[in-house]
Write a protein that binds this ligand. Sequence first.
Ligand SMILES: *Cc1c(COP(=O)(O)O)cnc(C)c1O
Length: 373
Amino acid sequence: MIFCGNPGLQYLAHKAEIDEAISRVLESGWYVLGEEVKSFEAEFATYVQADHGVGVGSGTDALRMAIEACGLEPGDEVITVSHTAVATVAAIEQAGATPVLVDIEPGFFSMDPERVAAAISARTKAIVPVHIYGQTVDLDPILAIAEKHGLRVIEDCAQAHGATYKGARLGSRGDLGCFSFYPTKNLGALGDGGMVVTSNPELASRVRLLREYGWEERFVSHVPGGNSRLDELQSAVLRVKLRYLDQDNQARSQIAALYNSGLASCKVVTPAAREEATHVYHQYVLRTAQRDALKDHLRESGIAAQVHYPRPVHLQPAYQGRLTVGSGLSETEAAAREILSLPIYPGLSAADAETIIEAVQAFAGCDEGGAPR
Ligand SMILES: *Cc1c(COP(=O)(O)O)cnc(C)c1O
C-alpha cells in the first residue's frame, strides 16, 4: 500500500546525522529548553525571515499562545476558515476568543479576502489565514484589511514550511506565524512540536512567558502561564532536518509536476498554483465529482489516497450549530465533497508516482498521451 505520507523514510535518509544529534542530547544531560532549542529557534526564525522564534509543544499550542499574546478578551472575534484542520478553530476557542468562519476561494482552497472584509464586526480583533496544502493565502488584501481595521494577523503555517508569497517566506508577513512539527508536516519531528515566529519583540516575549508558567527568570511568574515547551531531542532532530527542507520541498514539487502532466487531460481538476508564490505541496489535492469512487478505486490499486478534510469544522459534532458563520460556506462544503489528496512526500519514487498516475488515468478517463498543460 502506498500511503499519503511516510515520515520514517526521512529518518532513514538522514539516519547518521539524526542518530548523532540524538546521542549528543542524551549525553548532554539537558532535555528541555536548552541550547538545542535556542539554536533551532534562531535557525528556523532566520529561515523564515523573522527576528524571533519561540519553540512550543505543538502547532495547536503555537496558535493558541500566539492569539493569547495578542491580548484578546472573551467575546473578541477571530476570523478564520472552516476548510482547515480542526486545530485552527480549537486554538481560537482555547485562547478564549470567538471564531468567525468565512468561505474559501474555490481555485486555491484558501481564505477568500472578500469574505473576510464582509465579516468584520466591532468585535473583530484578529485574522487567522491558513496556508492550506502548502500554498499561500492571497495575503496582501488580507494584510490591507487588517491594517485598515487595526487587526492582528496570525498566519497558520502548519502546512507551509518554506513556502513563499511575493518573495517573502510565509510566517514573516503577519504579526505572528505559527508552525507545527508533527511528523508528517513538511518539517517534521519524531513526535510533537511547534513554533511561533514574529519580528515583534514584545509579542515574542509574551509567547515566551506563556509557554512556561509566566516565567522570565526561573520561579517568578509574571503572568499566569502554562507549560508547552519544545524539548532538546526534537530540536536537535529538527535542526538536522531543517538543513534538508528546501531539498525536500523540491522533491515534493517534482512529484507534483509529474502528477500535473500525467493527469492534465484527465477528467479531474489538478491543483492550481498561485503566481508570485512557491507551493510546497504539503498535500497534492485533486478535485472530482466522483471523489468517493476514485478513492475506492485507488485503494483497490494499493494507493491510500486521503481526504483533507472530509468534514469542515462547522459540521463537526463538537462545533455543529454553535459557531459564528461570517459568510456562506458553500464553497467550503462543495470542496469537502470533491477533494482527494494523492500520496506526496520526499522519497516517493518516480515509479510509485507513475503507478498512481496510471491508476487515476484508468478511472478518470484521459485523452491519449496526456498532453501537459
Ligand atoms: C497540523 C495542523 C495544525 C496543528 O498542529 P499540531 O502540531 O498537530 O497541533 C494546525 N493547523 C493546521 C492547518 C495543521 O495542518
